[in-house]
Design a protein around this ligand. Structure first.
Ligand SMILES: [Fe+2]
Ligand SMILES: [Fe+2]
Length: 288
């Protein structure tokens, strides 16, 4: 471990204390079904004439199911992180790294409990998105060696892309349900540390790759990136149907060609693409 890595770890560990359970940091009493859970600007249909002419309750319902779809994805990602962090614990004799990993594990477990609590309290049916089916991302996330560049690129994508979305959502505090705003705030604060750690670790692994390795790597990472972005930002037909929009396939198709949504997704992806490019890995996103 380099000196700057160990200083960063010490700093992140200090910032992780004292720990406050996310379940206790969210105002659950403010949860209600008469509000937007995501700001309209973040919705997949926002900006389309067909969306603008929907009644308010329908648009609010869509925001709830798109948010539930999003946190189903977050639960899947966090389960992968937790699995990998726990497996790495046993292999490392470095106490400061072990301590940092335990902080991260505790924080991710807290986030997942917070998502489950929202699901329970909402009493809404879940979209049941099969994130586990996204095979390439699952394969890489579960089996790439913990110290490899491939693994840390996947971690950075998995943490940074949803985080950008959370940060954009937070700018619309007055437009969304306060409970959701609390949840997103808790997540953004903890995630800033996880991302700092992921960026540092990624730098240490990716800079060791030769130009040839990087060139071989690119198509694989691009495919993972595409799967991931499609899964998170383009809800499946069931999400629309749960929101009371029959023929979900039709709406899912509209979302894929929605220029407003493409711009929103581009904003969410800009920072991770920039970080990877700084390390010589140029990925490209084309809307589906
Ligand atoms: Fe998290
Ligand atoms: Fe995280």
């Amino acid at each position: 471990m380099t000196q700057s890595s160990s200083e960063l770890l010490a700093q992140l560990r200090r910032n992780s204390m004292p720990y406050r359970d996310p379940l206790a940091r969210v105002d659950w009493e403010a949860l209600n079904l008469e509000s937007f859970w995501l700001p309209e600007q973040a919705l997949s249909l926002y900006g389309l004439d067909a969306y603008e002419s929907l009644p308010l309750e329908r648009r609010q319902a869509l925001s709830r199911y798109e948010f539930l779809h999003f946190i189903e994805g977050a639960l899947w990602l966090e389960s992968l992180f937790m699995e990998r962090i726990s497996r790495a614990l046993g292999d490392d004799a470095d106490l400061s790294r072990t301590a940092y990993r335990l902080h991260e594990l505790r924080e991710e477990a807290g986030h997942s409990l917070m998502f489950l609590e929202l699901m329970r309290r909402s009493r809404l049916p879940m979209p049941g998105t099969r994130f586990r089916r996204f095979n390439l991302a699952n394969l890489l996330g579960r089996h790439a060696p913990y110290e490899s560049a491939a693994f840390w690129i996947a971690v950075l994508i998995g943490e940074e892309v949803p985080d950008r979305m959370n940060r954009l959502i937070r700018k619309h505090r007055d437009d969304i349900c306060p409970t959701i705003h609390d949840m997103i705030t808790v997540h953004v604060i903890d995630e800033a540390r996880h991302i700092a750690h992921a960026r540092e670790t990624l730098g240490n692994t990716i800079d060791r790759l030769s130009p040839l390795q990087r060139a071989l790597f690119r198509p694989l990472m691009n495919a993972v990136f595409h799967q991931f972005v499609r899964a998170f930002y383009y809800p499946p037909p069931r999400v629309y149907e749960l929101a009371g929009l029959p023929d979900g396939r039709h709406w899912a198709r509209l979302a894929r060609t929605n220029a407003h949504h493409t711009r929103f997704v581009d904003q969410c992806l800009a920072s991770v693409l920039h970080v990877l490019e700084e390390h010589g890995l140029k990925l490209r996103w084309r809307s589906p």
